[in-house]
Write a protein that binds this ligand. Structure first.
Ligand code: BGC
Length: 251
């Protein structure tokens, strides 16, 4: 079955039709810039345009960089704060006239990695970390998502870890890859100490092969540590997979 996956990010809203059985995108990604200010109403209108571009009237899976509980956004670290307490699912359902499943962006990327990437078949404790503007996380035990983890907001050096170790911190502080890797290593050590995962998958912008080669050899971990393979398609694919599962349950 095909589902429209949409990834709402800080700079772009991207959508593609996904074959959820194979984890493949059946169309090009259609991208519109995220409106500024990225208020819920403005972003919902952009999501509507992405769905209309694909002439879509079926289920939609949509990510947001926020904790989502029962379809409602509960945090807004790197997005407009008016998202807090916004009923995202009903907002997007009204905008698109389609059934919508909404989930956290990192949870979606993690689902894609568990279904089609490095996490496939893993029954032990898996943590996916998406590293970009912020740090997002997805945790899986016995292959099941423990939704809503926010490991990017663990405290490191007195601040949210993502302010210290995300890719945006590397850019903001003009760090070399080696210096950034040192910070990210501290963060990894902290995550390992607290959760003792068996596998850590690193996704987001820093998982592109062109970037991985600049710093991967500097990292070490007690657990298995691998870069994500699906890169920036993971959110779209994972959101579509979750929307498919929800659509099934409704039947
Ligand atoms: C947000 C998370 C999100 C992550 C990656 C963090 O700042 O709190 O919900 O998953 O950024 O976008």
């Amino acid at each position: 079955m095909d589902v429209l996956g949409i990834d709402i990010g800080g700079s772009g809203v991207k959508g593609a039709i996904v074959d959820v059985k194979r984890g493949d995108m059946l169309t090009e990604r259609y991208r519109l810039p995220t409106p500024q200010p990225a208020t819920p109403a403005a972003v919902a209108e952009t999501v509507r345009k992405v769905a209309r571009h694909h002439k879509w009237d079926g289920p939609i899976g949509c990510t947001l960089p926020a904790r989502i509980q029962r379809g409602v956004a509960k945090t807004a670290a790197n997005i407009d704060e008016t998202w807090i307490n916004t009923p995202v699912r009903s907002l997007l359902q009204e905008a698109t006239k389609c059934p919508v499943a909404v989930l956290n962006d990192a949870d979606a990327a993690g689902v894609a990695s568990m279904e089609f990437g490095a996490g496939r078949g893993r029954k032990d404790l898996v943590i996916m970390l998406t590293v970009g503007t912020g740090i997002g996380s997805a945790m899986f035990n016995r292959g099941r998502l423990i939704p809503g983890s926010e490991l990017g907001h663990l405290t490191l050096h007195g601040e949210s870890a993502e302010r210290y170790a995300a890719d945006s911190a590397r850019k903001r502080d003009g760090l070399s890859w080696a210096d950034w890797a040192g910070r990210f290593q501290e963060y990894l050590d902290h995550v390992e100490f607290l959760f003792a995962p068996d596998l850590i998958i690193v996704g987001g912008g820093v998982s592109r092969p062109s970037k991985v080669k600049s710093y991967w050899h500097l990292l070490s971990a007690q657990s298995e540590l691998v870069p994500a393979e699906l890169e920036n398609e993971a959110g779209i694919i994972g959101a579509a997979v979750v929307a498919r599962k929800k659509a099934r349950k409704r039947k």
